[in-house]
Design a protein around this ligand. Structure first.
Ligand code: 1GP
Length: 250
């Protein structure tokens, strides 16, 4: 069974998957072990690892530490073609469909493809759509692309459908890490009602209430990053995963 099949089986069984995003950067070193343990104990379904920028050369070392602490699927969510490792179970093979910067539409993919092949890493083709989450996001800065306005639902839908027709396995609606405004439930409902592939939603999701609402609207995967850091207690983290899994009966 591939990692994608494993995740999809969980999504089918539980209604939606809760994915924890861990930034394997030097700033998280002191709390990395604790974060992985809390996410695993909180019954998340998988861990995404990646960041817009890794400030040192210890990406792989941190992946090894995460892998040694959990049985959860470990999927790279790469900020660039440099974030690859055989330690992970798979990589989201992203194309930033919302932008018109060829580097992030196909350039990084060509750079990384031979390495992915030689690592034997599973790829999960993912159409990545950046939405305006109310603040300038790292993705926007690093990719030199503009986010789509969230109120332009038909334009967002057109991008999502284009990803589906290109053969992507997932569409990721991204509002940016730490977004002031997460993707709204009405938008998610509009897209998920038409799209035939699962929708991943992330950026600015801080409460179980929001996570549950997005699942009820049709999100298949909910990505939570910032809310797992800082002062979040184990109970608060568990409540986030629980809201994803029990969205229909909160
Ligand atoms: C960012 O969607 C992820 O790429 C998660 O965002 O850190 O705001 O949860 P947050």
């Amino acid at each position: 069974m591939t990692t994608f099949e494993r995740l999809e089986a969980v999504r089918t069984a539980r209604g939606a998957c809760a994915l924890a995003l861990i930034d394997p950067d030097t700033k998280n070193d002191t709390r990395l072990r604790g974060m992985v343990n809390r996410v695993t104990d909180a019954d998340f379904d998988g861990i995404l690892v990646g960041g817009s920028l890794i400030m040192d050369e210890r990406f792989e070392e941190r992946l090894e530490l995460i892998k040694s602490l959990t049985e959860l699927p470990l999927v790279i969510f790469p900020g660039s073609s440099r974030q690859l490792s055989r330690v992970a179970d798979a990589v989201l093979f992203l194309s930033l469909l919302s932008g018109r910067n060829p580097q992030y539409l196909i350039g990084e993919q060509v750079q990384s493809a031979p390495l992915i092949h030689s690592l034997g890493l599973e790829t999960i083709p993912t159409g990545y759509i950046l939405l305006n989450g109310g603040a300038v996001s790292s993705v926007q800065v690093m990719s030199n692309t503009n986010p789509l306005p969230p109120e332009k639902q038909d334009i967002i839908l057109a991008h999502a459908l284009a990803g589906q027709y290109l053969g992507m396995k997932l569409i990721f609606l991204e509002s940016g890490s730490g977004a002031e405004n997460n993707a709204g439930a009405q938008l998610v409902e509009h897209i998920a009602g038409i799209l035939e592939i699962p929708l991943v939603v992330g950026g600015g999701i801080r409460s179980g209430e929001t996570a549950g609402r997005l699942v009820r609207a049709g999100a298949g995967y909910v990505v939570i990053g910032n809310a797992l850091e800082g002062p979040a207690s184990s109970d608060q983290i568990a409540a986030l995963a629980r809201a994803v899994h029990h969205a229909e009966n909160p």
